[in-house]
Ligand binder design. Structure first.
Ligand SMILES: Nc1ncnc2c1ncn2[C@@H]1O[C@H](COP(=O)(O)OP(=O)(O)OP(=O)(O)O)[C@@H](O)[C@H]1O
Ligand SMILES: [Mg+2]
Length: 253
């Protein structure tokens, strides 16, 4: 049994009347527990849609989507999602944002504090607990969003171009941070990105989607040793993965 098992998944968005969009068709993908998988593919091919289906925020139209053998029937705190735009509560501090999910679960204040402090440390925000989102840089906001996603100890974390709006240096820093966080937090990651080199650097597997209606064209196992440092970017093996993946992606542009 696969941890996440998508079998010929189809997603049609109805938009009233006869108008509808087939976002995903015949999408088949398996993900193992604690695996880090990235999804790349042309704009509009259905990457975000797939994450929403796994999150349970959208319903599968046809096909089968199982997590630990169970069909996805709606959202679950064991699956959390981080979007490109930092969706933080502007009226809550860093700590308040991170503790939000714990408040919903009625976890008492003292325990909330301990848990949030742990995740604040994990994402490198110690000392910034009482700042508000408008007082943070883009990279820091995204760290808060990641901590907030991790605080319920999800088994699956879905990241939708989380570093897309950051400058190159901040992005590189956060990629390395994310690998460290993933190793420590031990969860399954599905990471959507437009950057093939980012996908190769981070992932155990990179799945390439076709243009809309999206399906998985090919899945490439990234056989580079871990822990990975940024030196890997200049290795011939890395370059070869990058070249090969670009070729597959470009067929659809
Ligand atoms: N709520 C919605 N209602 C109707 N159509 C939608 C909805 N959400 C997405 N779509 C359509 O479904 C298709 C896939 O969209 P999706 O956002 O999943 O693509 P994407 O691969 O994430 O694109 P990008 O790389 O630009 O983020 C697009 O044609 C989009 O217009
Ligand atoms: Mg998208």
């Amino acid at each position: 049994m696969y941890f996440i098992d998508a079998d010929r998944v189809r997603k049609v968005y109805a938009e009233g009347g006869r108008k509808h969009t087939v976002a995903i068709e015949e999408l088949t993908l398996q993900v193992a527990e604690n695996e880090f998988i990235s999804i790349v593919g042309p704009s509009g091919c259905g990457k975000s849609t797939f994450l929403l289906l796994v999150a349970g925020l959208e319903r599968v139209t046809d096909g089968r989507l199982l997590i630990e053998g169970q069909p996805v029937n709606g959202p679950d705190p064991l699956r959390s999602i981080v979007f490109q735009e930092y969706l933080l509560f502007p009226w809550k501090t860093v700590r308040g944002n991170i503790e939000f999910g714990l408040e919903l679960k009625k976890i008492p204040k003292k325990k909330r504090r301990n848990i949030s402090s742990e995740y604040i440390r994990l994402v490198g925000l110690t000392g910034f607990e009482n700042r508000y989102p408008h007082e943070l840089s883009g990279g820091m906001k995204q760290r808060v969003a990641i901590a907030r996603a991790l605080v319920n100890r999800p088994k699956v974390i879905l990241l939708d171009e989380p570093f897309g709006s950051l400058d190159a240096l901040t992005r590189e820093g956060l990629q390395t941070e994310l690998l460290r966080i993933w190793l420590e937090a031990k969860c399954t990651v599905i990471f959507v990105t437009h950057s093939i080199s980012e996908a190769v650097y981070l992932s155990d597997k990179v799945a390439v989607m076709s243009k809309r209606p999206g399906r998985i064209k090919e899945t490439v196992a990234i056989d580079l040793p871990r822990p990975r440092t940024r030196d890997v970017f200049i290795s011939p093996e890395f370059r070869e993965y990058e070249r090969y993946l670009k070729e597959i992606v470009w067929e659809d542009l």
